[in-house]
Design a protein around this ligand. Structure first.
Ligand code: AGP
Length: 613
């Protein structure tokens, strides 16, 4: 989770930036840096590791000035190191940039710029941004215009903040998509900019949030906002509640809403540092798995509870299909009492957001007793499920506060996808071209998730239609059968509406008797290998007078005409379709619960981590 802090005003920027970055530490990072304009020159200090190392660097080599920007980085492209840490200077040394997000097309941009003589000092995708800004600055555009033109070249979701020593009276900030927010804080004769509220709340409660495709010219006196197309945008200043909990929610009403919308950034971070996109290789050193050890594995048990178990069901399809390894998914509360057939050639893989779920920990202990190799996929850093495993893949999603898991559902699916590719490569069941294709698909995911989030208006409309229903049926098949289970769980646990996820093929064996006009049926039918079967499911439900809501891939005219309503999904590689298919269902559950005026973040009877049996 990258963090950004900027300041312009009468005070020394350095301590303000460092303290702001400290307040963003909860988001996780592996390097940090800052840049300040000092006596007309840009001074940069940056290093791998924690902020304490940066503070030591600044003590040894002080820098001071009244305008500056800082950054905490979670590596996506280029290992965590000083040279890859932000801020990034261009070749003239007169422009400096910090960036959140992934420049999807950075390879071609880097090649084009190199052909024009640009030299790069890092392995990051972000560095192309400062070179593009300098390119337009050379054409006498001014920093704001140069930044606007540079951003037009970028694909993906971004938060960008730039400075120039030639225009020391301003900071430029811009946001594209959902790769993290950009918030501007208005003080007395001073202005702040950050990726999250906690970084600036100690200085001011008057803030404005940039929307996607907006850019701000920030000065001591305040800020002017325009769209990236150049249209002026009236500034909407909010007064934020002082309490830090409210601050952490940023522009959202609930943590769950924020965490749903964080999935572009959290998915970026889940992938961060684990994939060499250029060479098409997955690296999971946390498992310290050799090819020989990988070939010895005879079976994997995936064990978890609730949402984590649904992610495990997706993992079964992925690992069996990609690594050709048998996988059994067992609910942890069953596994622990089933005297499971486990031996040293078995891996037991536990999945847990909190890492403290009693049933899951007990299942891990049972596996340990039986001599299995124990892996885990966990979000909460330092939790038991992280510590007791032989190898743990962190979800790297940042804190999940809402009781209903959202980003901690999509993150383990991506972890399982990377694990499947890693196992396939080590076991020799995955040829290099297929492996490279699978990794190229993975790179699309944060942007595809962002496209799903951009379609929330359609979901809100459907939520108003369904908010008073008493029942709802979710049908899925194959890799999206777990999507049905997870979609139903989201609805029932926060809106208290009875919802059931079901394998679509099972409908004719009984549940189809349930269908009538008072039983909305959500049919998950993206373009995947089970599409034709799911399409006929829509027809079967309609034939019985059911209200069918189709979840379909863009431009699917068949579903559009067959279903009563359709929620559209961007075309997604089918093995990753559970990641995009769940997002509209997360939003649907959220908006129905919010419309019903319920406590979305703390639903009745539920706890964020069930640490008792
Ligand atoms: C999901 O929205 C629920 N909060 C619940 O099912 C949860 O997934 C389950 O309790 C497991 O929690 P864990 O991932 O922290 O182990």
């Amino acid at each position: 989770m990258c963090g950004i802090v900027g300041y312009i005003g009468p005070r020394d920027a350095t301590p303000l930036i460092l303290s702001g970055l400290k307040r963003l530490e909860y988001r996780g990072y592996d390097s940090a840096g800052l840049a300040v304009i000092q006596n007309g020159e840009i001074q940069v200090r940056r290093d791998a590791g924690k902020l304490s190392r940066l503070e030591t660097l600044v003590e040894r080599s002080p820098l001071g000035g009244q305008v500056g920007i800082g950054h905490t980085r979670w590596a996506t492209h280029g290992a965590p190191s000083a040279r890859n840490a932000h801020p990034h200077l261009g070749m003239t040394g007169k422009v400096v940039v910090v960036h959140n997000g992934i420049v999807e097309n950075f390879l071609e941009l880097r090649e084009e710029l190199a052909l024009e003589g640009e030299q790069f000092n890092s392995d990051t995708d972000s560095e192309v941004i400062v070179h593009l800004i300098e390119k337009y600055l050379a054409l006498e555009d001014g920093l704001a215009e140069a930044t606007r033109k540079a951003l037009a070249h970028l694909k993906g979701a971004h938060g960008v903040v730039a400075l120039s020593s030639q225009e020391p009276d301003k900071i430029i900030a811009a946001r594209i998509g959902n790769a993290g927010g950009v918030v501007i804080g208005f003080g007395e004769g001073e202005t702040f900019v950050a990726s999250d509220l906690p970084a600036i709340l100690e200085h001011t409660r008057r803030v404005a949030f940039l929307e996607s495709r907006q850019m701000a010219v920030i000065t001591r006196a305040g800020a002017q906002v325009q769209t990236l197309e150049g249209a002026a945008v009236p500034l909407q200043i909010h007064s934020v509640a002082w309490d830090p909990v409210a601050a952490e929610k940023g522009e959202y009403r609930h943590f769950m809403e924020k965490e749903i919308h964080e999935q572009v950034r959290s998915l970026t971070d889940t992938i961060a540092g684990r994939v060499d996109f250029d060479r098409g290789v997955v690296r999971l050193p946390e498992l310290n798995l050799t090819s020989e050890a990988a070939r010895r594995i005879k079976k994997i048990f995936i064990t978890a509870c609730g949402t984590a178990a649904h992610a495990g069901m997706v993992g079964k399809v992925l690992i069996e299909r990609i690594a050709r390894l048998p996988v059994e998914v067992d609910i942890a509360s069953e596994f622990r009492y089933r005297d499971p057939l486990v031996d040293p050639d078995t891996v037991v893989l536990a999945i847990s957001q909190s890492g403290e779920t009693a049933d899951t920990l007990a299942a891990m202990e049972e596996a340990r007793k039986k001599g299995a190799r124990l892996w885990s996929i966990v979000n909460a850093v330092g939790s038991q499920a992280m510590r007791i495993a032989d190898g743990c893949l962190s979800m790297q999603s940042g804190p999940e506060i809402g009781v209903a898991s959202t980003k901690a559902y999509t993150a383990p699916i991506v972890d399982l996808y990377m694990l499947a590719v890693h196992l396939g490569e080590l076991r020799g069941t995955l040829d290099p071209p297929t492996r490279r294709a699978l990794i190229a698909d993975l790179r699309l995911i944060p942007d595809l998730a962002g496209q799903c989030l951009d379609r929330k208006a359609e979901v809100e409309k459907l939520a108003r239609m369904l908010m008073n229903t008493s029942h709802c049926l979710y049908l899925g098949r194959g890799i999206n059968m777990p999507t049905a289970y997870e979609g139903a769980l989201k609805l029932k646990e926060i809106s208290y509406i009875h919802a059931e996820g079901y394998p679509a093929g099972e409908m004719k064996h009984g549940p189809i008797a349930l269908i009538d006009r008072d039983m909305p049926v959500i049919v998950i039918a993206p373009r995947d290998p089970w599409y034709e079967k799911m399409f006929s499911q829509i027809e079967q439900a309609r034939a019985r007078g059911g209200v069918v809501i189709g979840l379909a891939t863009d431009d699917d005219e068949r579903v559009r005409s067959a279903a009563s309503h359709t929620l559209w999904l961007p075309d997604t590689p089918w093995m990753l379709s559970p990641v995009t298919a769940i997002i509209p269902l997360q939003l649907l559950a959220y908006h129905i619960a919010a419309l019903r005026g319920l406590d979305v973040d703390q639903p009745r009877n539920l706890a964020k981590s069930v640490t008792v049996e």
